[in-house]
Each structure stands twice: as C-alpha cells, then as structure tokens.
Design a protein. Structure first.
Length: 390
C-alpha cells in the first residue's frame, strides 16, 4: 500500500474530527433567556444605584440649606436612607454580574469538556509527526520519499488544524479572563457590603434623632395615635381603614389649617415625583389578577432581606403599625387627596403623626421572602404607582 496515501487518509480523518469537535454548540433558548434576564437585572440594579446616589446628593444639598431643626433632621435621615439604598443596589449589581460570569464559566466548562480532549490528542499526534528527525524516519521500513511526502502533508495540515482550533484556544483564554473578572467583582461586592453596614448604622442613629425632634415639635400627637389605633381595630379591611383615615384627616381642623399654611412640595401637586419605596424588581403590577382572582390595586416590589423602605413623597404618617394579614404597614397622607399605602414591612422606623420627607426611612423589609406592596390612591381611588413614579 502507498504509505503517503495512508498518512494522508489518517490526517484527513484527524482534521475531520477537529472540525466536528471544535465549533461551540449553539446557545439554547433557555440559556439565552437566562442571559437576557441576568442582563436586565444588572441594568436595573445599576439604574437604581445611580438614582439613589443622585437623590442622596440632592438631599444633602437641601439639608445644608434647611433652617429648622426638624427639617434638617428629616433631610439628613432621607439622605442617609438614599445612601443605604445606593449601597443595596451596588451589592445587587455585583451579585447580578457574578451570576452572569458564573453562567458563562459553566457554559464554557461544559463546552470545553467535550472539545478539549480530542483536540489535544490530535494536536499532540501531529506535533509528534512533525518533529520526527528525518534520520530516524529514514531508518524505518519505507523510502525517504515517504518521509518527504509525510512532511509535505503535515506542512499543509497543521495550519488548517490551528485555524480550526482557534476558537477553542480563545475559549480557554476566556476562562482565565472570567476568573479574573470574578475576583474583581467579588472585591467590589465586599466593598459595597461594608459600605452598606456602615450606612445602616449611621441611618439608625439619624432616624432616632429625627424621631426625638419630631416628638418635641408635634403637638397633640398622642391623641392622633390613639385615634388611628382605634380606627385600625374597628376597620374590617385595609380599604376601610384608609377611607376612614382620609375622612378623619379631612375633618381635622388642625391638619387642614397646617396644610393650608404649609402646602407640601409633594406628589399631590406633582404626581410624577413619587419615589419607588424600595430597591428591587417589580414582581407584580397594578391591575394584574392575583391567585384569589382579585385585581392588584398596587404593585409588589422584591427587596433584599432587610432592605431599606422609604417614603414615596413628603407627607404625614396617618398610620404606622401592625395590621392583620399585612404585617407592618405605613399609610402616608400626602395632602390634596393623595395617599400611599405600604404593606409587608418587617420592622418600622416611624410612628403615627410623624412628618416625613420624600425618601425618609420608614422601616425595613422582612429578613425572609421580602416583598413590599406599594399602593397609591387619589381621592380614595387606587391608581397605578408606576405611572407616577419618578
């Protein structure tokens, strides 16, 4: 049998194997969907991080200009809460980016496992052939002409093999790059978590100071709290409680007079200025059908465990406490017929009768299964909060 033809046939078979094993498998629909979702989560977290930072800078500037002690305390607490939410979003962004990197690493590992072994065997065999000294080859059975043909075939085949395995080598380099990216993002997450811990501690101190100042400045607040508690006990539903609180506020001469003398710079006059109360994705939207068949009258927002919850706009806390079936809730009267209702809090940082600024810390989300429901009402009628969100 002609030895050059045998060698040529073997090399052709090797190249065919490389062509079979080298291409990266097409990304499945499920993988593409996971990648898209991860990218959306990352973009959302970065947007929330940027928004919280801008809000904190604005509030810090307003705090510096405030003249009254109570206003300064509110602005300070709101600015610190914004910094807390900025750190929360930074941690979430880092985790989303780590998730994307991990998906890529796992995908590359699976692909490389099926491609690298045959490619390595082929490359090693070809390199061995190409490095055989001519003297040793000439001593073996066959003619020197066979060796010359073999070298010629290898000379034309190896460049083709290298081209075919280029994507494989690029993916191996990519795994090294991903490992470096992962280490960098892990460092960023540790830094963000450290900042979050410090800012939460500062916020707790500022919120307590603000509560003391509010207690000293408020008159008749004890009576208002007793009345709100009685209404909560008497009302058979959250809707009924909100309606009765609105009616009580309308009849309250002191509140009406205060509202007339100090018109709030709130979403009542500029609905587009409402804040989303917590950092996280919207889990269910206004008007969607619930498991019970009812329509959502608000939106539900997923939060980090013990995520910071803030006031959507300036106003007065009409009720803050536990309500059956809703956990800790906060109802804020923003005047001019606008009311916000937040349910599902794990802990509270405000009390009934307290004045709050937009972004003021209201409390924290629960430690487990954190999800905050945000309802917005205009003259008692539920409206979509996302239509009026900043």
């Amino acid at each position: 049998m002609n030895r050059p033809l045998v060698i040529l046939g073997s090399l052709t078979a090797f190249v065919f194997l490389i062509q079979e094993f080298t291409p990266v498998p097409a990304q499945s629909v499920e993988r593409r969907s996971q990648t898209v979702e991860a990218r959306r989560a990352l973009d959302s977290a970065r947007t929330q991080q940027r928004s919280a930072r801008l809000r904190a800078e604005r509030l810090e500037a307003e705090m510096a200009r405030a003249e009254e002690a109570s206003a300064t305390a509110r602005k300070k607490a709101a600015a610190l809460a914004a910094r807390v939410q900025q750190a929360e979003a930074a941690v979430t962004a880092a985790e989303a980016e780590l998730g994307m990197i991990e998906q890529q690493r796992q995908r590359l590992a699976r692909d490389l496992a099926t491609r690298i072994e045959p490619a390595a065997e082929l490359t090693a065999a070809l390199e061995t052939f190409s490095r055989r000294p001519l003297v040793l080859a000439a001593l073996q059975p066959g003619s020197l002409q066979d060796v010359v043909h073999t070298r010629a075939i290898l000379g034309s085949t190896l460049p083709d093999v290298r081209r075919q395995t280029a994507s494989l080598r690029a993916d191996i380099d990519r795994t090294t790059s991903l490992a470096a990216d992962r280490a960098e993002i892990l460092a960023e997450r540790r830094k963000a978590q450290g900042a979050l811990t410090v800012r939460r501690r500062n916020l707790l101190a500022a919120a307590e100071q603000g509560r003391v100042v509010a207690e000293q400045a408020a008159g008749g607040i004890a009576r208002e709290r007793r009345r709100a508690f009685e209404l909560a006990q008497e009302s058979r539903s959250l809707d009924a409680l909100v309606q009765r609180l609105e009616l009580t506020t309308d009849r309250d001469g002191a509140n009406s007079k205060a509202a007339a003398e100090n018109p709030p710079k709130s979403a009542a006059s500029s609905p587009s200025s409402y804040l989303m109360p917590v950092v996280g994705p919207v889990m269910s939207r206004f008007g969607e059908t619930t498991e019970s068949g009812a329509r959502q009258v608000g939106i539900s927002i997923g939060s980090r465990p013990q995520g910071q919850v803030v006031a959507p706009a300036d106003g007065r806390v009409a009720f803050a406490g536990d309500y059956d079936g809703y956990g800790h809730i906060v109802i804020i009267d923003h005047n001019q017929g606008w009311t916000s209702v937040l349910t599902g809090l794990g802990s509270l940082g405000v009390a009934t009768g307290q004045e709050v600024s937009a972004g003021y810390p209201l409390g924290l989300a629960p430690s487990s299964r954190p999800e905050i429901t945000f309802e917005l009402r205009r003259r008692g009628r539920p409206v979509d909060p996302q239509r009026y969100a900043r």
